[in-house]
Design a protein around this ligand. Structure first.
Ligand code: C5P
Length: 288
């Protein structure tokens, strides 16, 4: 058994998210371009007799530490797959807002699969981890690699997205938790899947924004009906100098703005933090 290990669980952003038909299993067909940021949660894994999870960080108070916790479920699912005991002392520094459309819980679960694969010296390949991830939630498989990807199906069909520029971005969450299931229930109109070019010309952030303007997030309207403050977040992002595109991620309520450069993103983050001290605001970039 390895001595101890650490994993970063980066925020996941859906640059666009199109929703298709509801499938027989109750989930909707999706089509999305998913990228990762350089902000996220941090997990550490230590050998122990039993399975435990300690929470720290600014959003730890918002997490329920019950048996249903996605990190603990990931640990148990991996142990069951490997036919071993799920024993480890896990610490999760919760830096990302909870239930916020940037995949915090999914990224944590994926990080737990990677971290425990190392701690328990299982040496399982990534596709085995992705298969276990798919049993934990629609967004968990893409978080196993944490790299830009085209996501289809319920979230399990992944194709690497090459050439996505390391664009400057600002993430804004108005500190309203929006449960994914409720947003899907409120969905009325949707674009459908299969109509997007998966090899668009992406030279730089401007061409990325031009491409994204042909797309949208079908969950934005239903999320707005549940949490109208999302409209205020988008309005504020749109008014920031250097903003090229603003949109909600996932099922919300976190929104992102793509900016001309890091300087413009940092200025916008400072301005928004001052004007809305109750909001979570982060300047970041697209990574990998
Ligand atoms: O898979 P996950 O736990 O993230 O899904 C939460 C809820 O979101 C599901 O119970 C379902 O109502 C909805 N959902 C969906 N189609 C998807 C993903 C999620 O309808 N592709």
């Amino acid at each position: 058994m390895a001595r101890s290990t650490e994993e970063f669980a980066p925020a996941k952003i859906n640059l666009f998210l199109h929703v298709g038909d509801k499938r027989a299993d109750g989930f909707h067909e999706l089509e999305s371009l998913v990228v990762f940021a350089d902000v996220g949660d941090a997990l550490s894994f230590e050998p122990a007799q039993e399975l435990s999870l300690a929470l720290e960080g600014p959003f730890a108070v918002d997490l329920d530490l019950d048996a249903d916790n996605l990190v603990l479920r990931a640990a148990r699912a991996l142990a069951a797959h490997a036919g071993r005991e799920a024993n480890a002392a896990i610490t999760l520094a919760k830096n990302l807002p909870v239930a916020s459309g940037i995949g915090g819980g999914s990224a944590d679960a994926a990080a737990a699969l990677r971290g425990l694969n190392a701690l328990w010296a299982l040496d399982l390949p990534r596709d085995a981890l992705r298969a276990i991830a798919a049993t934990l939630g629609s967004d968990v498989p893409v978080c196993v690699d944490g790299k830009s990807a085209w996501m289809e199906g319920r979230g399990e069909r992944l194709t690497p997205a090459t050439g996505v520029p390391g664009a400057a971005m600002v993430l804004v969450n108005p500190k309203v938790a929006v449960p994914t299931g409720k947003v899907f229930e409120a969905l009325k109109t949707r674009r459908g899947v299969g109509a997007v070019d998966h090899a668009p010309p992406l030279r730089d952030v401007k061409s990325l924004a031009t491409f994204l303007k042909l797309t949208g997030n079908d969950l934005q309207a239903p999320a707005l009906s549940i949490a109208p403050v999302i409209g205020e977040v988008l309005g504020e992002l749109s008014r920031m100098p250097g903003a090229l595109l603003w949109r909600m991620s996932g099922s919300g309520a976190t929104c992102f703005g793509l900016f001309e450069d890091d300087g413009a993103a940092q200025m916008a983050a400072i301005a928004l933090s001052h004007s809305h001290p109750g909001w979570w605001v982060q300047a970041t970039r697209i990574v990998g």
